[in-house]
Ligand binder design. Structure first.
Ligand code: ATR
Length: 274
C-alpha cells in the first residue's frame, strides 16, 4: 500500500497523457515487490513552468524526474550535476533527486545501444543514422561511445554536419543513400513512419539482407521501414525496444535495483498491441 514513506517518481512533459512510463515502471515495482516503496506518476508541465516544477520537485524530494518532450534540453541548466554523456548529447531525460541535490543523466542512448548489443558487437561496425535531431544525437554519441563508425543521413545536410563534427562521425546527404547498402545497421530517428507520417525514410531498394534495421518509431509497431526490411530479409528491431531500454536504465538510477526487463517488456507490448 502507498503510505507516507512511499517515494514518488514522475514523468514531466507536454503532452503527457500518452506516456507509457507510468505503466512500465509501476509494473516493475510490483514485480519486485517494491510497489509500497515506489510509485510512478505523470504530470503535464508547460515549458514556461519547467523551472518552478523542478524547484518544487526538488523541495518535495520527489526521487526521480523523467523529462520528455519538450523539456530534455532546457532542464540541463537547472540541475546541480550533469553526467558527461548527457552533456555531450545536450539533453537529460533522467533526474535523480538525492536529498535535494539534482543529478542529470541521459538513458536514451542506452535505448539505442542496448537492443543492438543484445544482437551484435558494435565495436568496428558501421551504422547509418537517419536524422540529426535530438534522438539522433543520443544515438550517434551512444554508438560512438561503443566504438561504431557512424554515418549521419539527414534531409538538412548542415544539421548532419554539425552533429558529425561534434561526435567524430560522417555526414552524408540523401543523394548518397546508395552507400547505405554497405553499412551493418540502419537506425531511423526521424518521425517518418509514425501514424501521422506513413512513409519510409529510405527506399526499399537500398535495404539488404545483411542489415539490421532499427526504427525508433514505436507507433505503429510495424512501420513502413520495418515492413520493407522484413520483405528484404533483414533483421528488424521495433521502436518499443528503445522505450524499454531507456526505461530499464532509468529504473536502475531511481531504485538502485536491477530492472525486471521481461515484465517491463510485456507491459509495453501490451500497451502498444505489439
Ligand atoms: P527528435 O527530438 O524526435 O529527434 P527533432 O529534433 O525535431 O526530433 O528532429 C527530427 C529529425 O527528423 C530531423 O533530423 C529532421 O530533419 P531536418 O533536420 O531536415 O529538419 C528529420 N525529419 C523530420 N521530418 C522529416 C521529413 N518529413 N523528412 C525527412 N526528415 C525529416
Amino acid at each position: 500500500m502507498i503510505d507516507a514513506r512511499t517515494k514518488v517518481c514522475v514523468i514531466i512533459g507536454s503532452p503527457i497523457e500518452h506516456s507509457l512510463s507510468p505503466q512500465m515502471h509501476n509494473a516493475a515495482y510490483k514485480a519486485l515487490g517494491i510497489n509500497s516503496e515506489y510509485v510512478f506518476i505523470a504530470c503535464q508541465v508547460e515549458p514556461k513552468d519547467l523551472s518552478s516544477a523542478i524547484e518544487g520537485l526538488r523541495a518535495m524530494r520527489v526521487r526521480g524526474i523523467t523529462c520528455t518532450i519538450p523539456h530534455k534540453v532546457s532542464v540541463v541548466t537547472m540541475l546541480d550535476h550533469v553526467e558527461q554523456t548527457a552533456r555531450d548529447i545536450g539533453a537529460v531525460n533522467t533526474v535523480v533527486n538525492d536529498s535535494g541535490k539534482l543529478k542529470g543523466y541521459n538513458t536514451d542512448w542506452l535505448g539505442i545501444v542496448t537492443p543492438l548489443e543484445r544482437r551484435i558487437k558494435l565495436k568496428g561496425k558501421t551504422v547509418a543514422v537517419i536524422g540529426a535531431g535530438g534522438a539522433a544525437r543520443a544515438a550517434v554519441f551512444g554508438l560512438r561511445k561503443k566504438g561504431a563508425n557512424v554515418l549521419i543521413y539527414n534531409r538538412t545536410k548542415s544539421k548532419a554536419d554539425i552533429l558529425a563534427k561534434a561526435s567524430n562521425a560522417q555526414a552524408k546527404t540523401m543523394n548518397e543513400i546508395e552507400k547505405i547498402k554497405e553499412v551493418d545497421v540502419i537506425i531511423n530517428t526521424t518521425p517518418l513512419g509514425m501514424k501521422e507520417h506513413p512513409a519510409s525514410p529510405i527506399p526499399k531498394s537500398v535495404i539488404q539482407p545483411h542489415h539490421i534495421v532499427f526504427d525508433i518509431v514505436y507507433n505503429p509497431h510495424q512501420t513502413m521501414l520495418l515492413a520493407y526490411a522484413k520483405e528484404k530479409g533483414a533483421q528488424t528491431i521495433h521502436g518499443y525496444e528503445m522505450l524499454l531500454y531507456q526505461g530499464t536504465a532509468q529504473f536502475e538510477h531511481y531504485t538502485g535495483k536491477k530492472a525486471p526487463v521481461e515484465v517491463m517488456e510485456e507491459t509495453l507490448k501490451k500497451q502498444l498491441n505489439a
